[in-house]
Design a protein around this ligand. Structure first.
Ligand code: PHE
Length: 457
């Protein structure tokens, strides 16, 4: 029997895939991208990217994983023996690993926020007398994040938790946990959305988020929206290839891709509806807010409006930590599956080989928010550089390779068999999906990538 982590039930598979997709990308990264890229215009382009490009590319990844039946490199090897296509899988593994380095750090922040909500420290007035609530929460945030030691401790806790879960209990631990906690996160988001919308001046925030100014759609907005769409759907990093290799033969890929995409859009949309009314209501739109502060400094102000604010706050950050961990284990699983399948390591050795170096790499990312923030490359801190290069450059390149392979190199029957479960389903959308994978996706993604270089982003 393979030692690889396996999910037991069909529902568990969907929960795990949704768990991988729904994470910091939709909750933390999305509002920040909306804020700095034109509000509703970004939302619109983002949704278009998910439906027009994201779903077809997701189907391509699922198909390669289920047909190839192995890790990202192994699946390409099995499907195209003796060819260099395995390099596309190798790029995916590298991208996913780089993402893991900074994703662990942000997951550590959420964990710290959960802890500080429970202890009440987050809501204690600042001794030095911050002028108002938002100043107080911003101060708290920089206290937590730009400190050198605290974020590191929490990042290490998250890495250790990943290690334990991946070693012992993907099935019993994370599958069961996400089955219960993910639906609860959805309900909680609905409740917070209700609170946010009832704040004074909420409508201005809703307008910023929902009323598009089409002139704001610039090439850079499109690049960012595409990066966000692919990041939030966990595309181009081998995660879906690896997970799909655990899919049973009767899993309906098209249906699964819709469940995943709609969950991701739902969470992102709810987050926008929570954050932006709060931003306008608390008069924060004029402050030079940068992305990360939205969830960590703005949201606690919403919780403050509620009775038992500490409880809501702790719950929110607990769910966010869980959502982050269901994502990190999926990203780590890409490299672990590779180590097991290609390097013939035991599960235990693979887990340690993949996770131990992160203690060093994530430390660098974490410190680049603190005492190493003056170290910049191309004007970006190491943390921002990892984020930018992976989401906006490596990920699109990986996705183009995937589309070219499935659309042009592999036998057409392969994709069709996967989408129709060897002909037992009728998939009317097959032709349109194939058309997108062959022509639209690679050309559009390449165009966007090239224009990002021309714009010198
Ligand atoms: N989709 C996850 C999120 O939105 C991040 C992720 C990226 C997970 C790549 C797996 C692979 O947080």
């Amino acid at each position: 029997m393979s030692e690889k982590a396996q999910f037991k039930t069909k529902l568990g598979l969907i929960a795990a895939t949704v768990g991988s997709a729904v994470g910091l990308g939709s909750v933390w990264r999305f509002p920040s991208e909306v804020q700095s890229n034109g509000g509703a215009a970004f939302l619109l382009v983002y949704i278009a990217c998910v439906f027009i490009l994201g779903i077809p590319v997701m189907l391509a990844e699922f198909s390669i994983g289920r047909a190839g039946g192995s890790d990202a490199v192994g699946s390409f090897r099995n499907l195209a023996p003796g060819k260099k296509w395995w390099l596309a899988g190798a790029l995916a593994i590298l991208t996913s690993y780089l993402i893991l380095c900074y994703y662990m750090v942000v997951a550590g922040w959420t964990f710290e926020y959960m802890w500080q909500s429970i202890t009440g420290h987050l809501y204690e007035p600042i001794a030095t007398g911050a002028s108002d609530l938002s100043a107080q929460f911003s101060t708290r945030m920089s206290e937590y994040i730009t400190d050198d030691i605290n974020p590191l401790i929490h990042t290490y806790i998250i890495i250790a938790l990943n290690l334990v879960i991946l070693l012992f209990g993907v099935q019993k631990g994370i599958e069961r946990l996400s089955n219960i906690l993910m639906p609860m996160l959805f309900v909680l988001l609905l409740a917070f959305c209700f609170v946010s919308l009832s704040l004074p001046k909420a409508s201005e925030g809703v307008e910023f988020f929902l009323k598009p100014d089409f002139s704001a759609i610039t090439p850079s907005v499109v690049i960012r929206a595409l990066g966000q769409a692919f990041f939030s759907l966990s595309l181009g990093m081998g995660v879906l290839i690896t997970y799909a290799s655990y899919f049973p033969k009767d899993t309906r890929l098209i249906k699964t891709s819709f469940s995943v995409s709609t969950s991701v859009i739902f969470v992102a949309f709810m987050m926008g509806m929570i954050i932006f009314p709060a931003v306008t209501s608390f008069g924060l739109q004029d402050r030079a807010l940068n992305g990360p502060t939205l969830v960590f400094a703005t949201l606690p102000q919403v919780f403050e409006q509620l009775p038992y604010s500490q409880l809501w706050s702790a719950l929110f950050f607990l769910f966010l930590t869980v959502a982050a961990i269901t994502s990190t284990i999926s990203i780590a699983e890409v490299s672990i599956a590779f180590m097991q399948d290609r390097c013939h390591m035991s599960r235990k050795a693979a887990c340690f080989t993949v996770l131990l170096p992160l203690f060093v790499l994530s430390t660098i990312c974490s410190l680049s928010q603190g005492s190493m923030s003056s170290v910049t490359i191309c004007g970006m801190t190491i943390f921002d550089l990892f984020d930018y290069v992976t989401a906006n450059i490596m990920l699109p390149i990986g996705s183009i390779l995937l589309c070219v392979y499935l659309g042009w190199v592999a036998k057409k029957q392969l994709f069709k068999d996967q989408l129709t479960n060897n002909g037992s389903l009728t998939a009317h959308s097959y032709r349109i999906v194939l058309f997108i994978v062959r022509y639209i996706a690679p050309i559009l993604i390449a165009g966007i990538l090239i224009s990002s270089f021309i714009n010198n982003e």
